[in-house]
Design a protein around this ligand. Structure first.
Ligand SMILES: N[C@@H](CCC(=O)N[C@@H](CS)C(=O)NCC(=O)O)C(=O)O
Length: 80
């Protein structure tokens, strides 16, 4: 069970998500996904975020937040 926030600290979108995770006191890791808007997107970023946008979250396992009524499923189980 893990949450990894990918993005860049220079992005306000990234910092909004980070603030929400901190506010909820959820454990998470951070990965710098590089400079947003770069013309050449990293293939690993595109695999997780097809439009190449940051931020995005990568989750593993299934977990229930102790403070919320939502449950996150692993991406392999997610339906859109
Ligand atoms: N709707 C998205 C917007 C995210 C977004 O536009 N992120 C910018 C960086 S702050 C980005 O990834 N730009 C790169 C691009 O558009 O190619 C959100 O709210 O998270």
């Amino acid at each position: 069970m893990s949450i990894t926030l990918h993005g860049s600290p220079i992005s306000n979108y990234y910092n909004k998500v980070k603030l929400a995770l901190l506010e909820k006191d959820l454990p998470f890791a951070e990965v710098d996904a590089g400079v947003p808007g770069a013309s050449t997107k990293d293939q690993a970023v595109l695999a997780a975020s097809p439009l190449g946008k940051i931020p995005f979250l990568v989750t593993t396992g299934t977990w229930r937040s102790p403070r919320a009524s939502c449950m996150a499923a692993p991406s392999s189980e997610r339906r859109h």
